[in-house]
Design a protein. Sequence first.
Length: 137
Amino acid sequence: MANPRIEKCDDAGYKWKLMEDFQFAMPLLGCSVYSRYIELDGGGIVTIKKGYRWDGASGPTIDTPNVRTPSMVHDAFYQLIRTRRIPYEWKTYADNTLFIMLQEDQTDWEGNYIKGMGGFRARIWKMGVMMFGGFNL
């Protein structure tokens, strides 16, 4: 997976800021959402737009480089659920997507290799978001 350009963010409550649009395909079709920073086109393409901010890894964990893009995607889905733009039932999809993305090898926006997270650590992350991720939704 090729990661977008991400920079540290000084805005209160946020760690990271997306410096270019990021697109990826998803198997959930038929739902169109257009907001300032997140778009679902109904045909399976998600766009997270330049300027999107998020808090990165939450809870008792370490915010390593292989977490930044997966946490952005996960936070974007949770934001859409929280604002009722997509149904709560998509939480499972968001959590599973995080689990898969965490394990994928990545390159940063400069082409540097980033090793994906090991399966054991990724499973702990997935259990954490499944058990505690819904409190703010």
